[in-house]
Design a protein around this ligand. Structure first.
Ligand SMILES: [Zn+2]
Ligand SMILES: [Zn+2]
Length: 569
């Protein structure tokens, strides 16, 4: 569709940001009233999708385009969006707003704040506005009276949301790329920057583009999804802001210098700085008439082997590339099985049989079912008897299955004293365990570390689940001394997981690197709570690649007989 033919109602054109704000406000009111959390989540997700789109939702609605093609937008939400575009608001929201207390209406404008928690803070501190909340935050009162975690929540919630995670970026990047090529007439557009290096939290979306008319492209962006203000612009680079607040950077490069353009725009800044330092030829090549279409040709020119984007963080990659000693990084197709997955026995959405058949469809040789343990009541943890029954059930299942093996496992809670949540005679019956912390995040660093070390002393401890418990952009992890934990794991034959859930990615790349350097293998797990979530694997693989892992150091790149030997303590 050509932009010039779109009929516009310029008197009342709603930006994507304004539409998203309505949905987000509704989500906030629903959350405050204790509504179904999946419903709240659905509105939030739809709002994020809309805010990141490179197309104008207002125009799409006016052209009767089916909105359910976008991720997270189902029939009901699509109807709500149409109502917002047609009437400027949602009747449901207007009604709630009219009846809500003024302080709640104000909280609803801050999508990062959890209304119920903030109302509790208001009560405790005797305040009733976000202005007062901010004051208390800066004065240190929230931290002192309500703890570090609450302080962190308020700090993040009062910040404007400009950051996103890889899985959120994925959709937006695809939409922007399509927009740049189809509607701006750009010949070639490639996502670069943090996104291409697979950094977990992305603060700016960056594209390398092949065009002779960067200014024209920018005016198109402003018209569709931009806030219309160009932050900076030179002949070859432009930075603008989308209605979501997301910063979009476009860098133009001629086709014959594409390889150089890719390296410069992919970064990291530190990697590029070290390249400049390493090879004076670099600058000459940039200015010469010589063609450098691929990155490989540029690195080769400098006497380096190709450096994968995930390794370009300015650590040891240039020295290794100079000696042709870069690791061969693990790939998604190297993964032979799943080691952390839940079923309906605890808090999963699919039965064991459904999880197994989905794993088989992915070509896996094995899948470990690791449901929650008894103490974790909110996740329907299995009692000892339940787990005994599950073990017998899986034995029977394996008898009639061909081509895939179901491993008997559990995600065993590490209790506050460092003991495991099942007795040894039960743990002994499992093929392996994933042991995790799900409680008492507020213990100090030393106690939390000792808790894990003590757990590792149990001979039935195999893999430490989500080692720091972080939820990206939501909560920091609990504090542990990762180096001590890695050392203890190395001494005792324990392992880590890289939890691929895009909100976790735990271990972080730098912690995972510590494990690799100590010779401790890791599993790349998805912690799937449904068959759909097996797809998270790629995010964990990216994370492992950033930590420099090859497949020989990844537990689930081994066959089960090999893995069984490795896990034996
Ligand atoms: Zn867990
Ligand atoms: Zn889990």
């Amino acid at each position: 569709m050509c932009a010039d033919n779109i009929p516009t109602n310029s008197s009342r054109h709603l930006s994507n940001g304004a539409i998203a704000a309505e949905l987000m406000a509704l989500a906030q009111f629903l959350a405050a009233s204790g509504a179904n959390k999946f419903k709240v989540k659905a509105y939030r997700r739809a709002a994020r999708t809309i805010r990141g789109l490179g197309e104008s939702i207002d125009e799409l609605v006016r052209n009767d385009v089916d909105l359910t093609q976008f991720p997270g937008i189902g029939g009901a939400i699509s109807g709500a969006i149409q109502e917002i575009v047609r009437t400027g608001t949602l009747r449901q929201l207007a009604t709630i707003r009219a009846q809500a207390a003024p302080e709640l209406s104000e909280i609803a404008q801050h999508p990062g704040l959890d209304p119920r928690r903030v109302l509790r803070i208001y009560k405790k501190l005797g305040i009733s506005s976000t202005a007062a909340l901010k004051e208390k935050l800066l004065g240190g009162e929230i931290g002192a009276k309500l703890g570090a975690r609450m302080e962190q929540h308020v700090r993040q919630g009062l910040q404007e949301e400009h950051e996103m995670l890889q899985y959120e970026a994925e959709t937006i990047v695809a939409a922007i790329k399509a927009f740049l090529i189809q509607q701006c007439g750009i010949r070639k557009a490639e996502p670069v920057g943090d996104y291409r290096r697979r950094v977990e939290i992305i603060r700016e979306l960056s594209f390398l583009v092949e065009t002779d008319n960067l200014a024209g492209v920018l005016s198109q962006v402003a018209r569709y999804g931009g806030k219309a203000d160009i932050l900076t612009a030179t002949e070859t680079t432009a930075v603008t802001q989308l209605s979501s607040g997301t910063v979009l950077r476009l860098t133009a490069s001629p086709a014959k210098k594409w390889g150089i353009g890719l390296i410069l725009s992919t970064g990291s800044e530190e990697h590029v700085r070290q390249l400049r330092e390493y090879s004076p030829d670099w600058e000459k090549a940039v200015r010469s008439a010589e063609s450098f279409v691929t990155e490989k040709s540029v690195y080769r020119h400098m006497g380096l082997s190709f450096i994968p984007p995930e390794l370009r963080e300015g650590r040891d990659e240039i020295a290794l590339a100079a000696q042709n000693r870069l690791p061969t990084l693990v790939l998604p197709e190297d993964i032979r099985g799943e080691l952390h997955a839940h079923s309906t026995s605890s808090d999963g959405a699919n039965s064991i049989e459904e999880m197994v058949s989905a794993a088989r469809e992915r070509g896996y040789d094995y899948i470990g079912i690791s449901d929650h343990s008894q103490t974790l009541k909110i996740a329907h943890g299995l009692s000892e008897q339940d787990l005994w029954n599950q073990i017998r059930f899986i034995d029977k299942l394996n008898n009639r299955l061909n081509g895939i093996r179901v491993l008997k496992s559990a995600e065993v809670d590490i209790l506050v004293d460092g003991s495991l949540d099942y007795p040894d005679d039960l743990l002994k019956e499992l093929d392996y365990t994933v042991c995790s912390i799900h409680s008492r995040f507020g213990l100090g660093k030393a106690d939390q570390t000792n808790r894990i070390l003590r757990a590792m002393d149990n001979r039935y401890f195999n893999i430490l689940g989500h080692a720091t418990g972080r939820l990206l952009l939501k909560r920091p992890g609990y504090e542990i001394d990762v180096e001590r934990v890695v050392e203890h794991a190395q001494l005792n034959g324990c392992y880590f997981e890289i939890n691929s859930s895009p909100d976790r990615l735990d271990l972080s790349a730098s912690d995972a690197r510590l494990a690799r350097e100590a010779g401790v293998k890791v599993a790349i797990t998805t912690d799937a709570h449904s068959t759909r979530e097996f797809a998270y694997l790629t995010f964990g693989v990216d994370q492992a690649r950033r930590a420099g892992f090859g497949k020989t150091s990844i537990l689930n790149c081994f066959s089960w007989p090999e893995l069984e030997r490795i896990l034996k303590r």
